[in-house]
Design a protein around this ligand. Structure first.
Ligand SMILES: [Mg+2]
Length: 237
């Protein structure tokens, strides 16, 4: 294969992040909401856990459940605007989301062998792009990747929340190919969700690798592996 670039999914391939969500849940959601309320109080505002649920999280979740139909991530802006109004504070959306995300983000860690695999690929001269469906601004996940020392290894970053398009649309992959300056046939898409990652790769015209998971209902990939750690060997790196 004359592969020059590797487009990599994040959740379930690079980071262990409870791939069905990619956002704070259960205990970490509660801790994040407490942190968000603390921030609001610190800024002289007032809100309760009930306000957060009613004004922000419940309506956001309703939109989030429609993401596959709309092909876009549910925006946080309208929900956070209601919260700011109720709380009587001024704060950036990203600041508020960062407070909620932090307890979750702090416990996100790379999957075994993933960092070494990325390092091997870039050392061998492959160009790397991150192409990820996420329900929150990419900056939050960039903080996690930076903490693990791998953010700068990617020549381009594509997060669905910011891109306004999510896999299985090939739009983010096409942007990545453009930024890397490679043809589709010179790239391979690696992801753990066949309906999203493999379908997007096929639509963009790249080769595809499926990292085996329980989400295998979509189209078959060119290669199946158990983890990213196998990809350098697959590409002769
Ligand atoms: Mg994934």
């Amino acid at each position: 294969m004359a592969i020059k670039a590797v487009l990599v999914d994040m959740g379930g391939v690079i980071l262990e992040m409870d791939n069905s969500r990619g956002f704070p849940f259960e205990r970490l959601d509660f801790r994040g909401r407490e942190a968000l309320l603390h921030l609001i109080r610190h800024r002289g505002g007032h809100a309760s856990l009930d306000d957060l649920e009613r004004l922000v999280f419940e309506p956001w979740h309703l939109g989030y459940e429609r993401r596959r139909e709309t092909g876009k991530e549910e925006p946080w802006g309208p929900h956070l605007t209601r919260l700011r109004k109720k709380a009587g504070i001024r704060a950036l959306n990203l600041t508020l989301l960062e407070a909620w995300f932090r307890p979750y983000g702090e416990q996100l860690v790379p999957i075994g062998g993933a960092v070494e695999a990325l390092d091997s690929l870039r050392s061998s001269g492959f160009r790397l792009s991150l192409v990820s469906n996420v329900p929150l601004p990419g900056k939050l996940y960039c903080g996690v990747l930076r903490r693990h020392g791998i953010l700068d290894w990617f020549q381009s970053l594509h997060f669905s929340y910011d891109a306004g398009s999510r896999k299985p649309s090939p739009a983010m992959l096409r942007s990545a190919l453009g930024e890397l300056g490679v043809r589709p046939t010179e790239a391979i898409m690696v992801g753990d969700r066949r309906p999203n990652d493999v379908a997007a790769g096929r639509a963009a015209g790249t080769a595809t690798v499926w990292v085996r998971s329980d989400d295998g209902g979509g189209p078959a990939a060119d290669y199946d592996v158990d983890s990213l750690a196998e990809v350098p060997g697959l590409l002769g790196s």
